[in-house]
Design a protein around this ligand. Sequence first.
Ligand SMILES: C[S@@+](CC[C@H](N)C(=O)[O-])C[C@H]1O[C@@H](n2cnc3c(N)ncnc32)[C@H](O)[C@@H]1O
Length: 399
Amino acid sequence: MAPTNEYPQLPMIDSQKPQTIRITCAPGLVNYLRCEVEGLGYTVSSSRPTGIEIKASMHDAMRLNLFLRTAFNVLVLIDKFKCANPDELYKRVRALPWEEIISPDEYLSVVSSVNTPSINDWRFASLKVKDAIVDRVSAAVGSRPNSGPERENLVVQLYWNGDNAQLFLNTSGRKLADRNYRKMPYKAPMQETLAASVILATEYDGAVPLVNPMCGSGTLAIEAALIASGRPPGLLRANFGFMHTKDFDSETWQSMRRSAKKIRNKGVIAPIIATDVDEGAIHAARKNAETAGVHHMIQFDVCDFEETPIPPEKGIVIINPEYGERLGVFAELETTYKRMGDFFKKKCQGWTGYIFTGNFDLAKKVRLRVSRRMEFFNAKIDCRLLKYELYEGTRREQD
Ligand SMILES: C[S@@+](CC[C@H](N)C(=O)[O-])C[C@H]1O[C@@H](n2cnc3c(N)ncnc32)[C@H](O)[C@@H]1O
């Protein structure tokens, strides 16, 4: 339906009725997100580099928050309208029946993404939306919700592009990448949604061993264990944005959680081994795995990556070495990457090897034939997941 400037009088969110849901993700992850969303039975109606849209209900939004491994936020469209300037924005937002969504005892946070000539600071747009909501609630019920930057309660998100404004309820609140298990991030940890996407890119499902030398704080091994056991990552979090709406359907949510807890991979899960040369990293990784409830599935060891135990059954070996952007020094790393090639060739015959790196010059030092290059971003760094088929006699490439 084309956006209009008529003010809506109807309640904005009906828990069962299909509405537009936008699911956002980090750049580079949209194909993994689309697979997950389709795998959960939804049809993607549109796609962009950092997200997709589907038609689904508020109950579906809750389910998506529980199950998605690669998404940042699940947003439910509240309204879309034409808007030329901040005063129009205020008027239009204030006309919506916010008192039906947010109680005056709640805490509100507004986040904006703005690309329009009438305003050059997204914070001003957020302020206008926040003022409109609290003024509306105050006029309707006599008191106003508190507001601020914390995303622990009700989060409203504005996208304002040219003269098109879209207002969403952010049902996730904090990003879903914050699973709640990484109490000890240690050095240069991978974001959880990126780690889950990398594991999904290897097509790992728990049936074969997974070995992760240089595991750092354990994110790849932990996400692999969650995937292998079929455990939805949302079970690790107690708080989501949707819980702070006035009509939060707690009974449905509890029943979704109970069903999700019963999901178990019925097959035998092959060993997951995670090692790091740094004792502090392994200490952090163990603690994080404990918090995630998967410590019993992962064997941790402190050792140089070359000493990592390799089970006799063939599987997947995945390494996320330092790549000189944040940690490590290039010359030292050259030797490490050369040694990684030797380790793959000598100790991992018959396995499928993967290296996740943001340094393509260093990657050449591995000197093994790459069978596939998959594009990723780690924050703003252009990265690749390089795949190596490590059959006997894997070809060495010249420097
Ligand atoms: C980029 S970090 C890995 C981050 C990890 N993916 C995470 O999410 O926390 C690289 C790790 O390699 C480890 N490392 C560096 N040289 C190593 C070596 N020779 N043997 C084993 N681990 C090594 C470092 O201690 C560091 O924890």
